[in-house]
Write a protein that binds this ligand. Structure first.
Ligand code: GBH
Length: 445
């Protein structure tokens, strides 16, 4: 039986600035923390950097043609902060020009720009003044946001303040696998707090001060977590990972408080929680218009007494993507049920979903990525089913338009529905792009 998508359901595809743009020294841009990090030996696989990436900065018109050919309603991209503020307090109109042209051309093509302000490329100057660990970052971000709102709001369909604060804060400052590569839990919690605070400030600025009217929200990476068994210990492990990845962000943003069990668990790593100031939680929970979710996989954990928060990954017999992540569309649905029950009635956008696999470019320029086709079909079916059940998923953005710089994995992991030959910068539509186009055009699966 075919499942239908409503007329106003938004189909899209997504990218982010550092992962595709390249042109790191052009248009007045200064380095971001990801330039610094990826240039540090040992941080990124094969020593890859985003210096050239997909050369999208020069090829964006060609890339818009690809987006057009997919028939999607919307395109999600992010703005490189160091193009807009290459130095503290110094606005760079030339940097903004790029995003204006991109947005205008998208609008002309009938494609709605969905713009993320922060997808992890903090200017190096801001990092040197303390980065997200410093409370001043809230102010720096607000200035950046204000300029973007001023210059781009007329073209933009929807705004996302932050992409995946968990990654920026915890992968960046606790696990050290993302820029800036620190391993300090207290720093990570401060960074998370300031990122969420800057989200609240930006939404408030947008609505209350600037009185602008498009939709604005935040995107979280959410992973439904399960214990390997029903034992109390494994369930505790699951609760802790759920707190670490999901609740630490969901609770402040949607309920205006931090989860107490996690505050207790973290307290031995934190000198004091006085970086959480009076009024902060209210601001963090400032009402936005939607919740964005990036969904990739569920996680299965077991109790592990020797690890900081008492969990470790457990063996799972699920089929895996090329990242080794469980393919878990059923758990995606469970995540949405939980959000509806415990957290929010806001429209939900799936702002990213997709998978890496080992793609092979055939001599005739085709890529038969049947595993990705199946991954996308399974998750889109889940979205359609959820909507039939009345859960109001307002849109779906396939990650990613192009193979790109996959952070710590460099160019080795390909998430694109378009294959990029990084030697020639030639693009080739994979079978998944063709299948997605069919679904988008038929608006049914
Ligand atoms: C997103 O982050 C990013 O927004 C995007 O830039 C990136 O290219 C894309 O995903 C693909 O990676 O513990 O092994 O089960 C992904 C966030 C967080 C998703 C960790 C997978 C669990 C991995 N990821 N999560 S595992």
């Amino acid at each position: 039986m075919k499942l239908k998508f409503s007329k106003d359901f938004i189909f899209g595809t997504a990218t982010s600035s550092y992962q595709i743009e390249g042109a790191i020294n052009e248009g007045g841009r200064t380095p971001s923390i990801w330039d610094t990090f990826s240039e540090t030996p040992g941080k990124v696989l094969n020593g890859d950097t985003g210096a050239i990436a997909c050369d999208h900065y020069h090829r964006y018109e060609e890339d818009i043609e690809i987006i057009k050919s997919l028939g999607v309603d919307s395109y999600r991209f992010s703005i490189a902060w160091p193009r807009i503020f290459p130095k503290d307090g110094e606005y760079n109109a030339e940097g903004m020009e790029f995003y204006k042209n991109l947005s205008m051309k998208l609008v002309e093509a009938g494609i709605k720009p969905f713009v993320t302000l922060y997808h992890w490329d903090m200017p190096q100057w801001a990092h040197e003044k303390g980065g997200w660990v410093s409370r001043d970052s809230v102010q720096w971000f607000k200035e950046f946001a204000e300029k973007c709102f001023e210059e781009l709001d007329e073209y933009v369909g929807m705004w996302i303040t932050h992409n995946e604060p968990w990654c920026a804060a915890l992968l960046g400052y606790h696990q050290g696998v993302h820029a800036p590569g620190h391993t300090n839990m207290e720093e990570a919690l401060k960074a998370a707090h300031h990122i969420m605070l800057s989200h609240g400030e930006a939404v408030k600025l947008y609505k209350e001060e600037m009185k602008l009217k498009k939709s604005i929200g935040i995107t979280l990476n959410l992973s439904p977590v399960y214990g390997a068994s029903d034992s109390q210990n494994d369930q505790l492990a699951a609760n802790n990972l759920d707190g670490y990845v999901n609740r630490w962000f969901l609770d402040p943003i949607l309920k205006g408080n931090y989860p107490m069990d996690m505050m207790n668990l973290y307290s031995k790593y934190v000198h004091s929680y006085d970086f959480i100031k009076e009024g902060d939680l209210e601001l963090i929970a400032y009402p936005s218009d939607f919740l964005g979710i990036n969904f990739y996989n569920r996680q299965l954990v077991e109790f592990h007494s020797a690890s900081d928060f008492l969990f470790k990954s457990a063996y799972s017999d699920y089929p895996k993507s090329g990242m080794g992540w469980d393919i878990s569309p059923k758990e995606f649905k469970e995540l949405i049920y939980r959000l509806r029950e415990e957290y929010t009635d806001l429209p939900i956008y799936i702002t990213e979903n997709g998978a890496a696999f080992d793609d092979v470019l055939e001599e005739d320029g085709t890529v038969h990525d049947k595993d990705r086709v199946s991954y996308v079909e399974q998750h889109l079916t889940a979205v359609a089913e959820l909507n039939n059940e009345g859960h109001n998923i307002a849109g779906y953005y396939l990650w990613s338009l192009l193979d790109n710089f996959e952070w710590a994995f460099g160019y080795e992991k390909r998430f694109g529905i378009t294959y990029v030959d990084f030697d020639t910068q030639k693009r080739y539509l994979k079978d998944s792009a063709k299948r997605y186009t069919e679904i988008v055009k038929a608006r049914e699966i």
